[in-house]
Design a binder for this molecule. Sequence first.
Ligand code: MG
Length: 272
Amino acid sequence: MTQQKVTNLAKCTPMTKSFALILLCFSSLLFCTQPNKQFNQEFGVSSAVKWTMKSAEYQIITEHLYRTATRNIAAIEVPKKPWVVAMDVDETLLNNVEYNRRRDLLGLGYSSESWAEWVKEESATPVPGSIEFVTQVFEKGGLIVLITNRERQLDSNTWNNLVSLEFPLNRNNTCIMGRSQADRNSVGTQGMMNDKDLRRSQIANGTANYCWEEYPEVKEIWNKPLSIIFEVGDNIKDFRQTTQENVDTKDFIERISSDVLLLPNAVYGSWE
Ligand SMILES: [Mg+2]
């Protein structure tokens, strides 16, 4: 209650004062219980989202990591048989911090419905350095498989978003594999430590039948065993048979630059 309101009430008759107090209390109650949009303006954007959106540090760290990996791919000795780089999509190729900013301002977190709407907007931006890395993989003669936990039915939206940003992707050089129920069900079965292991094994075994199954002219490229020589992601589960619980961080550090690239993501992850 403001000082002005207290002063005015003091001048009223007892009856008027009681009525005014009731009115004031009632209006305060209404104000406090209405979940209207003006309340949303009171929600702030988290530090993690601000760091990703605004900081020089995020730009520098991410681009430095990608540049180093790009040089490593250029210099790496590749196998004679067909090889691929397995890449995650979100916060690895595509930056979705605008989605998180919007959710923060609403005072809300992730939901599968709002996320699907965001994916269908196809307006995510590129992670710094990622287009150059992808270009180098192709120049070196490699293929890319995108193993993403976006739902499989959203693969065309993901693909459109990437192509619109001028990632040099086509059906001859890249396969996109969104998550299916089979991936969820596989966790805990033999050799499947996380929900991307099934897709990695399908690529390695030549059983990734889902890859461009509607396009017979390119199926031959994807339906044969492919050697995964490098993995890129922002989540420890983007790497084969790895979880927060089982990762040996010292061993993992030794692999950086030789066969893995781990990017920063302060906003969300399997660490939550
Ligand atoms: Mg990711």
